[in-house]
Design a protein around this ligand. Structure first.
Ligand code: RB5
Length: 145
């Protein structure tokens, strides 16, 4: 499976660590940048990742900034994107199972490397459960105006 990943300048090191982690798990990773610690702006990289999902190049994205909050706000501006800012594994798993989340965001200033790996694994290993949750996803889609 292919995953798109992006970050801003405060999260380059953690993004590179997460890429290595994903590759070890045999995911193909599209690195949408940023690539250096030169100051940049998170909406640019949220957009690069989200458009890959919208174009069906990838099913899931990972976005990392200082907190994960700016990235999630920017990602959720995109039609069809359900982005979640998670600093714990339970929320990452539940967001996939109940909310059919397709973009995982977290903060390099909030979580350490090992917790980040666990959050990513919880998100990717979980399955959307459908059923009673689908009516809510349909309602979200209706709000996608
Ligand atoms: C950059 O200083 C910081 O604001 C950004 O990485 C992010 O935390 C925004 O939500």
């Amino acid at each position: 499976m292919k995953i798109a990943i992006g970050c801003d300048h405060v999260a380059v090191e953690l993004k590179n660590d997460v890429i290595q982690h994903l590759k070890k798990r045999d995911f193909e990773v599209i690195d949408c940048g940023t690539y250096t610690e030169e100051r940049t702006n998170y909406p640019e990289f949220a957009h690069k990742v989200c458009e890959k999902i919208q174009n069906n190049e990838v099913k899931y994205g990972v976005l990392i900034c200082g907190t994960g909050i700016g990235m999630s706000i920017a990602a959720n501006k995109h039609s069809g994107i359900r982005a979640v800012a998670c600093s714990d594994t339970f929320s990452a798993k539940a967001s996939k199972q109940h909310n059919d989340s397709n973009v995982l965001c977290f903060g390099a200033r909030v979580v350490g490397k090992e917790l980040a790996f666990d959050i990513v694994d919880s998100f990717l290993n979980a399955e959307y459960q459908g059923g009673r949750h689908q009516i809510r996803i349909d309602m979200l889609n209706e709000l996608d105006i």
